[in-house]
Design a protein around this ligand. Structure first.
Ligand SMILES: C[S@@+](CC[C@H](N)C(=O)[O-])C[C@H]1O[C@@H](n2cnc3c(N)ncnc32)[C@H](O)[C@@H]1O
Length: 236
């Protein structure tokens, strides 16, 4: 009883301090400013360009990787499809989390071959464009119908390409599962205003036509994310 009272008091104290120091408006600005600072900071040779998983470059915000871990533990996907491998850090991270969970395989697709990508028993790479018929056929041949699939789109960040990916990959995602559109933060949301229509615009276009996916804003709970409005949950 006393412990419960103490815990409630701690929670209330947190809420009170939070409201004392930050208004809703300043909180939004603080988060936005920090996102911008984090994305562009070069104090220590960059942040996301200087982030490693087991020594492999991983072009992600670690807070998003934490959310990935939570999704994987909850969803226990049979397969994770990642488009956009780069050096393989995020693919290795996903395979490592599958290993900890004791379930799941990862397939990562990239248009470029790069020497020295990490190997892992749960990870394989496909070489080719994520929207090519050849790659889609290979994925269909590999992944049995009815598998629980988590999809992460992190390849070409133009609106057109992401829209094509959303069309091609959304069908893999089961009800209750996730399709993550990476880097919705670009094109001024709030970083890289020069980018041009990108992942966020593709999400808007996709959701204007589809009612079976919704934005799960609860996945932005850690405040700093490269994927604002990019965690899409399948609801039907
Ligand atoms: C943002 S990086 C991926 C980062 C990686 N997921 C990580 O977190 O470390 C984008 C990658 O997408 C690849 N790419 C570009 N166009 C592509 C396409 N049409 N199909 C597949 N990959 C593509 C690029 O070669 C590049 O390696």
């Amino acid at each position: 009883m006393l412990t419960r009272f103490k815990n409630e008091a701690k929670k209330l104290r947190g809420i009170l301090y939070h409201r004392l120091y930050t208004s809703k408006r300043s909180e939004k600005k603080l988060v936005e400013d920090f996102n911008k600072h984090y994305y562009d900071s070069n104090i220590f040779e960059g942040t996301w360009r200087n982030t490693y998983w087991l020594k492999v470059p991983t072009f992600k915000c670690p807070l998003d990787l934490w959310i990935y871990q939570e999704i994987i533990v909850d969803m226990k996907p049979d397969w994770i499809i990642e488009t956009g491998t780069a050096r393989g850090g995020s693919a290795l991270y996903l395979a490592s989390v599958c290993d900890l969970v004791g379930h799941g395989q990862v397939v990562s697709v990239d248009i470029e071959h790069k020497e020295g990508r990490p190997t892992h028993p749960r990870l394989r790479y496909f070489l080719g464009s994520s929207i090519s018929e050849e790659i889609l056929a290979k994925l269909h041949a590999l992944i049995p119908v009815g598998s629980k699939v988590l999809v992460i789109l992190d390849s070409d960040h133009s609106q057109k390409h992401v829209m094509e990916e959303l069309k091609a990959y959304s069908g893999w995602v089961p009800k209750g599962g996730y399709l993550i559109v990476e880097d919705t933060i670009v094109n001024g949301h709030p970083v890289a205003p020069e980018h041009g229509p990108g992942p966020m615009e593709a999400v808007d276009e996709f959701l204007s036509k589809r009612k079976d996916f919704v934005i799960d804003a609860s996945k932005e709970k850690l405040l700093v994310t490269f994927n604002p409005r990019g965690y899409l949950k399948r609801v039907e």
